[in-house]
Design a protein around this ligand. Structure first.
Ligand code: BES
Ligand code: MN
Ligand code: ZN
Length: 482
C-alpha cells in the first residue's frame, strides 16, 4: 500500500458515527440504509456499495463519537480493508474529517494501521493462497491547513511499526523445524543489521564461558546449539540511559521429562513469541530512528528429552551465582530468562529492563487472550509500560507482587526452586525472574495468552498476533534519556 496526501482513487471511504442524523457525502444512501436498518454504524460495521454500478463508496461504522478510541478506528478500517479486498479495489480515497476526542495524527495513524493490518496472513505453506491484497494506492483527503510534513512522518511511523508486528508474527508462525535457535539468530541478523542494529550471536562455548548455567541446563537435551542473541541499537550517542528488552526464546517446549500432553504441546513452536516480539520491536525502533538506546537479548534454545537432558531434582547454577532446584523441567522459560536478564542488567548495564515471555499456562487461565499479565519491582516503570500498552491497544493487567509470594520460590536445598507450587503460578513465575535483575527497574509481561490465538479477533489474525511489539515500540519512544 502506498499512501499519498490528496484526492484520487476509485472508491471513497467515509467514516460514520452511530446515531448521526446525516453525513456530508452520500447522505441519500446513508438515510436509506438507516431507515431500512441495514447499517447502524457500530464499530467495525461496514457497508460497501462498490460493484458494477455501485456508488463506489464504503461507509465505515465507528460507533458512538463519545466512545471513540484509536483502537476502534483500527478495527473499523481493518474491516473496510477486508471489504475492499473482496471487490479487488486497487485505489481508494480515505476521507479524514476531524473527530471530537482524538487528535488528528492519532486518527490518521489508526486508519492506516487498520488498512495495513487487513493484509496480513501467513500463507507461506499454502498451495492455494487465501488472501490477495488489492489496494495499492491510498489517497488521504486531509483537512486543509493540516501540516502534510507531520502527517507524512506519522504514516512512516505506522508502516515501521506494522513491519515490526508482521515480522514478529512471521517468526512465531514458523514451525519449530524451520525456526531453530540458529535460524532465529540468522533472522535477527538479516532483519536488523541493515538498519544499524549491532547483532552479536554467541554459541554453546561462549555461553559456557559466560557462565549461563541455567540457560544451558534447559538446552542440554537438544541437538540444536543454543544461541544467545544480543541486539544493540544506539539512537542517542550522548545519552547513557539504556532500555533492555528481553524475550523468551524457546523455539520448542516439549516440557522435557515433565512432558506435556499432546494437546498442550502442539502450539509450543510459538514459545519464542517473546523473542519474536523484541526482534520485531527492534525493527520498528531502528526503522523509525528513535533517539533512544535500546538493547535486546534472547536466550534461544529447545526444551527436549534425551539422554543428556536435565532432570527433575537436578540442582543447577546460574550466571548470577544463585542455585536453583529443578522441580519441573517444564518450568524452563524462567531458567533461560534468569540468565538473559542478568546479562542485560550486569553485562549490558541497562537502566530499565522489560521481559516478554510465554511463561505460564496459569496466565491463560487467569486472563484469557485479552490481557497480557504483568508484574514489576517498580511502580513508576509499570506506569510507563501501562501507558505504552494503552497507546498500542494491547491491554496489560498488573498482578500483585507481595513479599509472601516471593517466599514461595525459596528452595530447600538450593537458593531457589523453579516452581512456586500450585497457586498463583503466573505471579511466582514472574517474581522468580525478579530475582535476577537486582534493583534495576523491571517489568515482566506474560504473553502466554495474548501472543497466539486459535481464532481471529478484531484486527488480530488467527495464529500469531505480534503482541506486544507495539507496546515495546511506544515504551522505547517515550523512554526518558535523562
Ligand atoms: N511455555 C509454557 C507456558 C505456556 C502454556 C505458554 C500455554 C503458552 C500457552 C511454559 O514453559 C510452561 O510449560 N509453564 C508451566 C509451568 C509449570 C510447570 C510451573 C505451565 O504453565 O504449566
Ligand atoms: Mn514449559
Ligand atoms: Zn515454555
Amino acid at each position: 500500500m502506498d499512501f499519498k496526501i490528496g484526492k484520487g482513487g476509485e472508491v471513497k471511504l467515509i467514516p460514520v458515527f452511530k446515531g448521526s442524523e446525516k453525513i456530508d457525502d452520500f447522505d441519500g444512501l446513508y438515510q436509506f440504509l438507516k431507515e431500512k436498518e441495514i447499517f447502524s454504524a457500530k464499530v467495525g460495521e461496514v457497508y460497501a456499495d462498490i460493484g458494477y454500478k455501485g456508488d463506489k463508496v464504503v461507509l465505515i461504522g465507528l460507533g458512538e463519537e463519545e466512545k471513540l478510541t484509536v483502537d476502534s478506528i483500527r478495527k473499523a478500517y481493518y474491516q473496510a480493508g477486508k471489504e475492499l479486498m473482496k471487490f479487488k479495489v486497487e485505489s481508494i480515497q480515505v476521507e479524514v474529517p476531524e473527530f471530537k476526542n482524538i487528535c488528528y495524527i492519532d486518527e490518521i495513524q489508526g486508519m492506516i494501521e487498520g488498512l495495513l493490518q487487513s493484509e496480513y496472513s501467513f500463507e507461506k505453506y499454502l498451495s492455494q493462497k487465501k488472501i490477495k491484497p488489492s489496494v495499492r494506492e491510498v489517497y488521504l483527503n486531509i483537512i486543509e491547513g493540516k501540516k502534510a510534513e507531520a502527517i507524512d512522518k506519522a504514516i512512516e511511523e505506522v508502516k515501521n511499526i506494522i513491519d515490526g508486528v508482521f515480522l514478529a508474527r512471521d517468526l512465531v508462525n514458523e514451525p519449530a523445524m524451520t525456526m531453530t535457535p540458529k535460524i532465529l539468530a540468522e533472522k535477527a541478523k538479516e532483519e536488523l543489521e541493515g538498519l544499524g542494529v549491532d547483532v552479536k550471536v554467541y554459541g554453546q562455548e561462549e555461553i559456557e564461558e559466560l557462565g549461563m548455567e541455567a540457560f544451558l541446563a534447559v538446552s542440554k537435551g537438544s541437538a540444536q546449539e543454543p544461541q544467545l542473541i544480543v541486539m544493540e541499537y544506539k539512537g542517542n550517542e550522548e545519552a547513557e540511559e539504556k532500555l533492555a528488552l528481553v524475550g523468551k526464546g524457546l523455539t520448542f517446549d516439549s516440557g522435557g521429562y515433565c512432558i506435556k500432553p499432546g494437546d498442550s504441546m502442539n502450539t509450543m513452536f510459538t514459545d519464542m513469541a517473546g523473542a519474536a516480539a523484541v526482534i520485531g520491536a527492534m525493527k520498528a525502533i531502528a526503522k523509525s530512528k528513535l533517539d533512544k538506546n535500546v538493547v535486546a537479548v534472547v536466550a534461544a534454545c529447545e526444551n527436549l528429552i534425551s539422554g543428556t537432558a536435565y532432570k527433575p531434582g537436578d540442582i543447577i547454577g546460574s550466571m548470577s551465582g544463585k542455585t536453583i532446584e529443578i522441580l519441573n523441567t517444564d518450568a524452563e522459560g524462567r531458567l533461560t530468562l534468569a540468565d538473559a536478564l542478568w546479562y542485560a542488567v550486569k553485562n549490558l548495564k541497562a537502566n530499565k529492563v522489560i521481559d516478554v515471555a510465554t511463561l505460564t499456562g496459569a496466565c491463560v487461565v487467569a486472563l484469557g487472550n485479552i490481557n497480557t499479565g504483568a508484574i514489576t519491582n517498580n511502580e513508576d516503570f509499570m506506569e510507563e509500560v501501562k501507558k505504552a500498552s494503552q497507546i498500542a491497544g494491547e491491554p496489560v493487567w498488573e498482578l500483585p507482587n507481595n513479599e509472601e509470594y516471593k517466599e514461595l520460590n525459596k528452595g530447600d536445598f538450593a537458593d531457589l526452586k523453579n516452581t512456586g507450587g500450585r497457586g498463583a503460578g503466573t505471579i511466582t513465575a514472574g517474581l522468580f525472574l525478579g530475582e535476577f535483575v537486582d534493583s534495576t527497574p523491571w517489568v515482566h509481561l506474560d504473553i502466554a495468552g495474548t501472543s497466539y490465538s486459535s481464532k481471529a479477533r478484531g484486527y488480530l489474525p488467527k495464529g500469531a498476533t505480534g503482541v506486544p511489539v507495539k507496546t515495546l515500540y511506544y515504551l522505547a519512544k517515550n523512554f526518558k534519556n535523562y
